[in-house]
Write a protein that binds this ligand. Structure first.
Ligand SMILES: Cc1cc2nc3c(=O)[nH]c(=O)nc-3n(C[C@H](O)[C@H](O)[C@H](O)COP(=O)(O)O)c2cc1C
Length: 195
């Protein structure tokens, strides 16, 4: 069986982003598990804030088409996102909003196994935002959002020099989420008619 491909989507493109660090730590675990991991860059998609007049005038931007193509080319998705005011950030929501304007997003995202992680310098690690992010991704794009998730609180102190989570228990919890994601993707691939 070909290696499972996981698209890792950090919800922050900030230099020094804790969520990007967590995304890279997760990608390393996914590769150790034999999967391919692509860490995407939402900022590079250069998407304007969604605007219906813009869409009517010039269509859906190329960056949204790129994102949908990337989603289609992967077996599973890992979203690693900050919390802004108890909610997922606009960089992430806006990219999904644009993607959802393309009819092919249903095939690219519907039923796709998806796991959620978040990191924050605060005490809750972004936990509140994962509630609405779970709803957002599951309801329209119809992503199969796993119950397993991980939040990394006090993120400024959470990473070791090697980029992994410094607390072995937390690193094991990260691995457990990712193994569940790969197992789900593997089972779905095995049950698909084209496999
Ligand atoms: C507009 C805004 C709202 C924020 N709201 C929250 C919040 O509700 N909960 C939280 O834990 N951190 C909040 N933060 C702090 C972020 O967790 C922090 O900036 C974090 O470093 C962002 O993620 P990043 O490091 O991946 O860029 C907020 C930050 C900004 C800029």
């Amino acid at each position: 069986m070909a290696a499972l491909r996981v698209l890792v989507i950090p919800g922050s493109a900030r230099a020094g982003s804790y969520n990007l660090k967590l995304a890279n730590a997760a990608a390393a675990v996914l590769r150790e598990q034999g999967a391919e991991a692509t860490v995407t860059d939402l900022r590079a998609l250069a998407l304007p804030i969604y605007d219906g007049d813009l869409e009517a005038g010039t269509g859906v931007p190329e960056g949204a088409k790129t994102l949908v193509r990337e989603l289609a080319a992967h077996d599973a998705v890992l979203v690693v996102s900050p919390e802004y005011n108890a909610f997922p950030p606009p960089l992430l929501m806006n990219a999904i909003d644009w993607a959802s304007r393309l009819p092919e997003h249903k095939a690219a995202m519907g039923g796709k196994p998806t796991a959620l992680l978040s990191a924050s310098p605060g005490a809750l690690g972004g936990l509140r935002s994962l509630l609405s992010l779970r709803q957002f991704l599951a309801l329209n794009p119809g992503m199969l959002v796993l119950p397993q998730q991980l939040t990394v609180a006090r993120a400024a102190e959470a990473f070791g020099a090697d980029g992994a989570l410094a607390d072995p228990k937390q690193q094991a919890a990260l691995q457990a989420v990712l193994v569940a994601l790969l197992q789900t993707a593997k089972a779905l691939r095995a049950s698909s008619p084209s496999s």
